[in-house]
Design a protein around this ligand. Structure first.
Ligand SMILES: [Zn+2]
Length: 509
């Protein structure tokens, strides 16, 4: 057995940087379909010396001894990362096995066998309503075969987290990390959703009708969401071919030359095993930041590119002299999601549609309304997810994880039919739903702030770019709530968000 090394916070941070780099690069290779199997276990084994209970204790002591609040925060984040590393070290083989089982899962549709991921990607582009209903059911059934493995992994992860953190309640543990009240957030969001109920019902009638056509059944499957999000009937307007160029031009108007940024490495290719969900992998910010998208045609390509560009510019724009921890390790994802949301927000501006796609004022408003409607659907879906997840994790210590409430809550919130079996595949770890929802609130506040400061043209002004650049420089250090304070809002003020959805619904379409 190797000699046990106990590192100081600085030594730990330096080696952690190398570890995260390797794990990120491996995740990237699998995610983009370059590698057919995930080998995270080999990396974790190589860095086994980094994660031990003695190291965790040493970081805990250093955290308590730190006088300076920034230093205490830095060591806190290192300690939490050490905790995660210990969990990974024990469970990485199970995680690899699950990821590999997902990669190997298949669906047989109309006599053709395809990977599950390819089937999920195909749902967005199948033109016949009945085909999407059928393939959607098949994909969920194929994915649900892994539910026992998913639940085993959740249980193992949860019991280790409880033990290492000393906090047995998963909701309270997450609240400590995020430094917010999840239940208070959920309550405020429920109010916003209720205020928008009537607007949503009317918009749903209109846009389900237009986007899904005459074959639509009273309660369409959630399998149609990706198809609707692309504004598929308008695919000839929002072509796959022009997506990169238009998005790069959009960013240039803000003063960002993403294509010339040496820190950002785009991967825009199409590969069968590439996951359809776009993402950014910040392997070593600011220097190595991967931007991964898979264009399929339709407006959603543009939105996904702009969203991920926001993340990429954030990580690639952080101050290189910040300690590594404040460049890469955040308490949660709520901060970086503000920056992705505000860049994606441009695709909800009617004038952006008019400018880049040669549309009349009326068409531009119609399309911007359609896509804002899809955004409101997603907002309601995530609010329902947060409520479900709070219930799920509150029950978890006694029932070990059950689907109760999942399908009912999501179906009621959206008007799309969700299946209970999908409850585990649809859950991101660590209440990521709460981070997205905080970004929904914050983004609307930030947009209102930008309109007040810069004007209605905020989305094509280098002044917006400069304001963002200043925020990006701070890396992953501030919290989402600190950003609210700086722009003069109560973190839980949902009025700008409600007003945004109501404004778009008022345009004639
Ligand atoms: Zn994001």
């Amino acid at each position: 057995m190797a000699t046990l090394v106990i590192r100081t916070p600085n030594e730990f941070e330096a080696r952690l940087q190398a570890y995260i780099f390797e794990r990120s690069e491996e995740a990237r290779a699998v995610r983009v379909g370059e590698k057919e199997t995930s080998d995270q276990a080999a990396i974790v084994a190589r860095y086994g010396d980094l994660f031990s209970r003695d190291q965790l204790d040493a970081l805990s002591e250093a955290e308590q001894a730190a006088g300076d609040p920034d230093e205490r925060e830095r060591v806190y984040r290192l300690r939490k990362t050490c905790e995660e590393g210990l969990i990974s070290a024990e469970l990485v083989e199970k995680e690899d096995a699950l990821e590999n089982a997902e990669l190997a899962s298949t669906v047989v549709f109309r006599g053709e066998t395809m990977p599950l991921r390819a089937a999920q990607a195909k749902l967005a582009v199948l033109t016949a309503y009945a085909d999407r209903e059928e393939l959607g059911e098949l994909a969920i059934e194929s994915s649900a075969k892994l539910n026992d493995d998913r639940r085993d992994l959740l249980q193992a992860t949860e019991s280790l987290s409880a033990e290492l953190s000393g906090e047995p309640d998963p909701v309270a543990r997450s609240e400590d990390e995020k430094r917010i009240s999840l239940r208070q957030l959920a309550d405020v969001l429920a109010d916003a959703v209720a205020l928008l109920d009537e607007t949503y019902a009317a918009q749903r009638e209109l846009w389900f009708g237009r986007l899904l056509g005459p074959d639509r059944t009273p309660l369409p499957s959630s399998a149609h969401a990706a198809y609707m999000r692309r504004l598929s009937p308008l695919e000839h307007v929002y072509t796959k071919e022009r997506a990169t160029e238009i998005c790069l031009d959009t960013l240039k108007e803000l003063g960002f030359d993403l294509a010339a940024d040496p820190n950002i490495r785009p991967d825009l290719d199409d590969r069968p095993q590439k996951t359809p969900r776009a993402c950014v992998i910040a392997s070593d910010p600011p220097k190595v930041v991967h931007l991964i998208t898979r264009a399929q045609g339709g407006l959603h390509d543009y939105q996904a590119f702009l969203h991920e560009a926001g993340h990429a510019l954030h990580y690639a724009g952080c101050d290189a002299t910040l300690p590594y921890t404040f460049r890469r390790i955040s308490r949660d994802h709520a901060l970086t999601e503000i920056y992705s949301y505000i860049v994606e927000e441009i695709s909800y501006e009617p004038e952006w549609h008019a400018l880049h796609f040669g549309l009349s004022d009326r068409e531009a408003h119609e399309n911007a309304q359609a896509t804002t409607f899809m955004n409101s659907l997603l907002f309601r879906r995530y609010t329902a997810k947060l409520h479900f997840e709070i219930d799920f994790w509150s029950r978890f210590p006694s029932d070990g994880g059950t689907p109760e409430g999942y399908a009912q809550r999501l179906t009621e919130a959206t008007g799309l039919r969700y299946r209970p079996e999908n409850y585990l595949a649809d859950m991101d770890s660590g209440f990521y739903s709460a981070d997205y929802l905080r970004a929904w609130i914050r983004n609307a506040q930030l947009r209102e702030h930008l309109i007040g400061k810069i004007g209605e043209n905020w989305w094509r002004s280098p002044e917006t770019g400069q304001l963002l650049r200043d925020l990006f420089r701070e890396g992953a250090k501030p919290t989402s709530e600190e950003i609210a304070e700086r722009i003069g809002y109560n973190p839980l003020d949902v009025r700008p968000l409600v007003a945004r959805f109501e404004e778009a619904a008022s345009w004639s379409a």
